[in-house]
Design a protein around this ligand. Structure first.
Ligand SMILES: *Cc1c(COP(=O)(O)O)cnc(C)c1O
Length: 382
């Protein structure tokens, strides 16, 4: 049996802890990326992504390309919007600023709709914004990892379809796919982009996306060429279609080792109904948040419905700083993350609760983290 070397438990909002089987899958012998065995593995991986995103629509297209979540922004900006076109970017923290930056890099014109820290734009504000301009896309950060704010992508998508039916609904699901409820078909989403190292529990290095048939039609109707060579749907869509049809195909070399890890993780995840996985993350998150509250700690996201289920962003108590607290936690074998939102970075910390740390209670990660936190806070007060 393979066992991981003893290490502090990594409970940051990604990368997360890995399952042994996922790591073992990476020590697969070298394979040709166009040979039948690997093409089979890649094809099955793409098909399993349809289950992860809860889509049975044959026109939806999964995509897996070497890179990180950020590459998903480049894919959107280079393929689904053209220079000079408008994008409405809903802002619930740091990651919207970066997505907006990526959009403008390719010549699109982002308009940010910002909420105060810990809050989210209201549906009324979003409706008013959508009525102002002809937006090609609306982007929503499902969980903003800098604030732990969860957006209601179902309600926003419904609203967008009603008031601005041609606008593509694009979800940054980097910190939500695999831990938050996402129903690609039922909620009429056009793009959900994510990365391997967060709730999917695979080492960093893969950008993962699901696109609707409508998104692909929008791409095909472009007047200008895609703004990127590597991040071009024109180059990747035929490759993905071929892999899923188990036909060898090449544009740029994929990482067979990472695809094996993803195949293993998706096999585990899709063995159970997605509903069960959403519920596990919800229940553990409620338990964590209640325990934090009992320690006198306050979430950045004040409204319960706006609190992410895969992580908690929590204000430090008065007089305690992250450089005091985090080393005490590390000494007890727990790694949390500091603040990320630049306006309040020193005032809070983040606790990631996703993947095996949540689904495998036998690991004891959550209990260990909560007691380490309680003891460390007491030690800071002395
Ligand atoms: C982590 C994260 C990203 C960036 O992903 P990388 O894999 O670091 O490139 C984007 N959006 C959100 C919401 C994230 O949490």
């Amino acid at each position: 049996m393979f066992a991981q070397a003893s290490h502090p438990t990594l409970l940051i909002p990604g990368p997360i802890e890995f399952d042994d089987a996922v790591l073992t899958a990476m020590s697969h012998p070298s394979q040709s990326h166009v040979g039948a065995p690997f093409v089979q593995t890649f094809g099955e991986t793409l098909t399993m992504l349809r289950k992860l995103f809860l889509t049975t629509d044959a026109s939806a297209q999964p995509l897996v390309v070497s890179g990180s979540g950020t590459l998903g922004w480049d894919f959107v900006a280079a393929n689904l919007i053209e220079p000079g076109e408008d994008a409405l970017v809903l802002h619930t923290g740091y990651f919207a600023d970066s997505f907006a930056d990526a959009l403008s890099t390719y010549g699109a014109v982002p308009t940010q709709l910002k909420a105060p820290i810990g809050a989210r734009p209201t549906l009324e504000q979003i409706e008013a914004a959508l009525n102002e301009k002809n937006y090609k896309i609306i982007t929503i950060t499902h969980t903003d990892t800098s604030t732990g704010v969860l957006s209601d992508i179902k309600a926003i998508s419904e609203l967008a379809r009603r008031v601005s039916p041609d606008t593509l609904v694009v979800v940054d699901g980097v910190c939500s796919v695999g831990c938050e409820e996402i129903r690609f078909d039922d909620w009429c989403l056009d793009v959900v982009l994510t990365a391997s190292q967060k709730a999917i529990g695979v080492p960093a290095g893969l950008c993962i996306m699901m696109m609707s048939g409508r998104a692909i039609e929008t791409f095909e109707a472009r007047k200008s060429k895609p703004g990127s060579y590597f991040a071009s749907f024109a180059n990747w869509l035929p490759i993905m279609r071929n892999y899923e049809a188990k036909k060898p195909s090449y544009f740029a070399t994929p990482s067979p080792q990472l695809i094996h890890a993803l195949h293993t993780s998706l096999t585990q995840i899709t063995a159970l109904p997605m509903e069960q996985r959403f519920k596990q993350h919800y229940e553990v998150s409620r338990y964590v948040k209640k325990s934090l509250e009992d320690m006198g700690l306050k979430q950045l996201a004040s409204e319960e419905a706006a609190q992410a289920n895969g992580m908690s962003a929590v204000y430090l108590p008065e007089g305690i700083t992250a450089p005091e607290l985090l080393p005490k936690l590390l000494a007890k074998g727990i790694i949390f993350a500091g603040g990320l939102h630049k306006e309040i970075a020193t005032k809070y910390f983040r606790f990631g609760h996703m993947g095996v740390s949540v689904t495998n209670g036998d690991l004891g990660h959550i209990e260990k983290a909560l007691s380490a936190l309680k003891e460390s806070l007491e030690a800071c007060k002395k």
